[in-house]
Ligand binder design. Structure first.
Ligand code: GDP
Length: 296
């Protein structure tokens, strides 16, 4: 996670902290390098631009250049602006609603949606002591329904039994009903994915949303797809409305462009990150910790 950026920023900023005095030209030169490093990490251009502008505004002032440790001050400014860009305080899954709280998971096929649905269920069960019901709404792919059933079995979490011929909205209603009867605190709806965004998918998502009034709509997106993930989030948000994101495959993402741009471009928080295939490999996204990690 973020290894490339960590290396690049580390050496740029070490170049600053290793010196006693700094001129404005030194700071500007370092910022040009920072800009290049962020672009190479696949951070969206608009985000890079406003990030470097904000750092420059703060770092090129006389107070910084004339301070005793100017390099350290620049590093602190970069750190603070990184946190700002990532969305300040982390926000977990919001469960503050009357039970059963409905969480709708949306995203493209192969993004890790089914795996993540089960991971979220396990996390809420283990950490928040919630009783969770999982339901697959992917009526077009029996394999996806079977996958969720198996994950439920493996984790000991309830999965709504399948009734052949039901529509996704029917299944969602039945899931909420079953949760009320079964005393479940949370219902997680694993909706169908497609290989790309298309009109029928968006209509189906909007119908499910209208019908089951989810408290959270979490887009599951593959971090490795970089700016495509950011565009996907923008699209889903415009068409369906999302409350946050789960970025998967962060374990294989050395660049980090999607994670770094997501909040600034879409305004939506990354709530959780997938860091492996195992059911426990899901973490909360904490901007401050991420900034610490990037700046070593
Ligand atoms: P779906 O089609 O969106 O439901 O995708 P799946 O849940 O079936 O996931 C597709 C593949 O991605 C599976 O092999 C998962 O184990 C894998 N996967 C999901 N999340 C992660 C993650 O955070 N890291 C890694 N390395 N693999 C993941």
């Amino acid at each position: 996670m973020f290894e490339n950026l960590q290396d690049r920023l580390g050496s740029i900023l070490n170049g600053l902290t290793g010196r006693g005095a700094l001129s404005e030209a030194d700071v500007s030169a370092a910022l040009r390098e920072v800009r290049r490093a962020l672009l190479e990490a696949d951070v969206a251009l608009e985000v890079v631009r406003s990030f470097t502008d904000r750092v420059r505004d703060k770092a090129v002032g006389a107070a910084v250049v004339k301070s005793i440790k100017p390099g350290q001050m620049v590093v602190k400014i970069v750190h603070d602006e990184l946190v700002e860009m990532l969305g300040n305080d982390g926000v977990g899954v919001d469960l503050a609603a009357a039970a059963p709280v409905v969480i709708m998971m949306v995203g493209l096929q192969g993004s890790g949606k089914t795996t993540t649905s089960a991971k979220v269920a396990k996390r809420l069960t283990d950490r928040e002591k919630k009783k969770v019901l999982l339901a697959s709404l992917d009526t077009r792919r029996p394999a996806a329904q079977e996958q969720l059933r198996q994950l439920g079995q493996q984790t000991g979490i309830d999965v709504l039994p399948i009734i052949a011929g039901q529509s996704p909205t029917d299944i969602a209603s039945r899931a909420v009903q079953a949760a009320k009867l079964g005393g479940h605190d949370v219902v997680i709806l694993d909706t169908a994915g497609r290989t790309h965004i298309d009109e029928p998918l968006m209509v189906e998502m909007a119908d499910i949303k209208k019908n089951s009034r989810p408290h959270e709509i979490l887009l599951v997106a593959d971090a490795l797809t970089g700016q495509d993930a950011v565009n996907l989030a923008r699209n889903f948000d415009e068409r369906v409305g999302i409350t946050g994101l789960v970025l998967t495959r962060m374990d294989g993402d050395g660049r980090g462009g999607a994670a770094l741009s997501m909040r600034a471009v879409t305004g939506k928080p990354i709530k959780l990150i997938g860091v492996g295939e195992k059911m426990t490999e899901l973490e909360e996204f904490h901007p401050r910790r991420i900034a610490d990690r990037i700046l070593g």
